[in-house]
Design a protein. Sequence first.
Length: 342
Amino acid sequence: MSDSKDENKVRGGIARAESLSTERRQEIARNAATARWDGDLPVAKYEGAFNLGDRTISCAVLPNGKRIVTQGTFLTSLGRSRSPKAGTGVLSTVDGLPFFLQAEVLKPFISDALMESTTPIFYRTKSGGKGVGYDAALLPQVAEVYLKFRDSCLAAEGKIPKQYAHIVAAADVLVRGLANVGIIALVDEATGYQRDRARDALEKILQAFIAKELLPWVHTFPDEYYTCLFKLRGLEYPRDTVKKPQYFGHITNDIIYKRLAPAVLEELKKATPRDEKGRHKHQLHRRLTDDVGHPKLREHIASVVTVMKLANSYDHFISMLDRTHPRYGETAQLALIGESGL
C-alpha cells in the first residue's frame, strides 16, 4: 500500500510540475536561487582559467577540493548563451535537470548517475561575489550526451537537427580537446591548486610514515639483504660476526629510504638525534610508524632483495632498481597514499 501511495505522490508531483506556467516555473527557480544565496556558502580557495580549443574556461576549487567550472563558461563551451534564463541565477528546471540537458531529445542519453550529478554549486568567489558552477567532471560527460545524440540522429536520419548543430560541434571540440589532458589537471593547473595539492599529499605521506615517538628496536633488515649486498659489492661475507663497511649506510639510504616514499629519508634524519661524532644515535627505521612505515619498509626491502638476486653485478642491480623503484624526487610519484590505499 505504501508503495502505491509513493507512486501516486510522484505522479502527482510530476503532474503539478507540468501544469505550471512558464512564469510560475521561473518564479520557483528564482526563489530557490535566493534561498541558496542566503545559506552558508563555501568560498573558493583557488580561481583561474584555461584555454580549450577556441574557448576560455573559468574554473575554481572549493575548500573541500571540489573542482568546478563556472556556469557561464560551462554554457559557452557547449555553444550556449552564458546568461541564466529569465534572471533565475541558475539554469535549472523544476525536474532538477539543468537547462543544457532539459531537451526531450537528450533524455535517452542521460544516465541516472549523470542526472544526479547535475546539481548547480553555489559558492562565493575569492573577492566575495556570487558564483555558480558545476562539477568540472560534468563537462565532458555532458558533451558526450550531445555526441551520442548526434550519432543517433546520423544513424536514424543521416543528419543532425539544425538547432543542435552548433552545440554538437562545440561538444566535439570539447571532447577532442580533453582527449589528451584531463579536466581535473586543467583546473588544478589554472587555479594553482596543484602546488598545494602536492604539498598536502606530501604532508599526509609523512604523517603516515614518520612516528612521533621512538619505537623499540626490532629486527628489520633480514640477513639476506646483507648477504646479497656483500656479494654485489664483491666482498666476502663474514662467517662469525657481521661487521659491515661504513659506506653500507649510504647505500642503504639510497636503495631503501630514498625509494620508500617522498621526503621520508629527510624526515627520518631530522627526527633521529646525532651523537657528538655526528652519527645517528638510533636506527632510522625506529622512527617509522608501526602501522604504515614499518610494513612498507619490509615490503620494499623484500622487493629490493629480489632485484639483488636477479642482478649479475652492482651496476646491473642499480640499473634494474632505477626502473622498478626510482628515487623519489627524480619522478613525480606523490600519489602514493591514494595508490597504496593508505
